[in-house]
Design a protein. Structure first.
Length: 353
């Protein structure tokens, strides 16, 4: 029996999408012969696999000026994969272990793991990139709508049923069963994103299929103007059960608002059980203004902010990307304090409930 490749290192990193300039948290597993990456740690099947034979690694990588601690892996077919670590020591540890793995397989070991495409038996003739562009065509593609469910309004999205209807009517598939297979592939490769609890639960493996042919399962294009209304101003819901546990770290930080993109000083309290980062009005008040659920999140240093005025913020900004891909941008008082917050949040995210 063939021996399973040994796991050398694993953990959350931020990975750049292959098609668009989007960065998402991934659970990354370094094996002896390649790298697997998963949307979440608990997932059974990887979203993708990168063979290490013939690859080269580049660090530091300066391709993205606004992101720090990025390293690039160039595979034998000259395709680039970009990953971002949380801080310098973490990046260097990943790079060191990947270099060792590449060196070990230079003797000619074969990387023979199944690809995501083959694992779902998708025909090689289907070009997902071209199909995605057709789906986004303003005239003949899938229409983006404003949909309402559970007292929330989902903007620039569409239902799973609409996707399957379009695939059948455009002759991309012969029937709805084939459409479900193709839509699952589009979801797996990141061309579609789940919106709302129903579609997200299915994408996380809590249903028979990762994609749902249902009128109450919502999806959206990753580069669309999708946003959801109906939560509090920061899209957070604070529950009483979040206030258990020990306070790991607390202090004031600048926080960027989700909608107006303005910066405000907030008092932050980091708890370890459950893993939450609550924020309060620094002028006082026992009730928090919001909470960031840290379990499964990725936290990284960043250079400056998108969609906001440029401030003198060198080496003091960091970003938290939650498991459901909400981005929070925070500013510390110094680079040392930023590193302390990043390491504290990282520790709680890995061990807290």
């Amino acid at each position: 029996m063939e021996r399973e490749p040994m796991r050398i290192r694993e953990g959350y990193l931020v990975k750049k999408g292959s098609m668009f300039n989007t960065w998402k948290p991934m659970w990354v597993v370094l094996l002896e012969d390649g790298i697997e990456f998963y949307k979440r740690k608990a997932d059974n099947s990887p979203k993708g696999m990168i063979p290490l034979k013939g690859s080269s690694i580049h660090s530091p990588c300066q391709d993205f000026g606004k992101r720090m601690f990025v390293f690039k892996l160039t595979v034998a077919k000259q395709q680039d994969h970009f990953f971002q670590a949380a801080y310098l020591e973490e990046r260097d540890a990943w790079v060191r272990d990947i270099k060792k793995a590449i060196h070990r397989i230079d003797g000619g070991q074969r990387f023979a793991r199944k690809s995501t495409r083959k694992s779902i038996r998708l025909p090689e003739t289907i070009n997902l990139s071209a199909l995605y562009l057709s789906m986004k065509d303003p005239e003949k593609g899938i229409k983006e709508l404003k949909l309402e469910k559970d007292k929330r309004v989902f903007n620039h999205c569409f239902t799973g049923t609409c996707v399957i209807d379009w695939l059948v009517s455009s002759s991309s598939v012969r029937n709805r069963k084939e459409g479900l297979l193709l839509a699952s592939s589009l979801l797996s490769e990141g061309y579609l994103q789940p919106a709302g609890d129903t579609s997200k639960a299915a994408a996380e493996g809590l249903s028979d299929t990762s994609f749902l042919d249902l009128s109450d399962a919502y999806y959206y294009f990753p580069d669309s103007g999708f946003f959801c209304e109906g939560y509090s101003s920061d899209d957070d819901v604070v529950l009483k059960e979040e206030f258990r546990g020990t306070i790991v770290k607390q202090g004031c930080l600048l926080k960027q608002g989700h909608r107006r993109k303005n910066w405000k000083v907030r008092k932050f309290v980091l708890r370890d059980d459950p893993a939450y980062l609550h924020y309060y009005d620094p002028a006082g008040g026992e009730e928090p203004l919001g909470a960031i659920h840290l379990r499964g999140c990725v936290v990284t240093a960043v250079e400056d902010m998108p969609d906001t005025k440029k401030y003198d913020v060198d080496n003091i900004l960091f970003e938290i990307i939650t498991a459901n891909e909400i981005h929070y941008y925070l500013q510390a008082a110094s680079s040392t304090e930023r590193t302390e917050w990043i390491k504290a949040i990282q520790s709680v995210a890995r061990t807290g409930k």
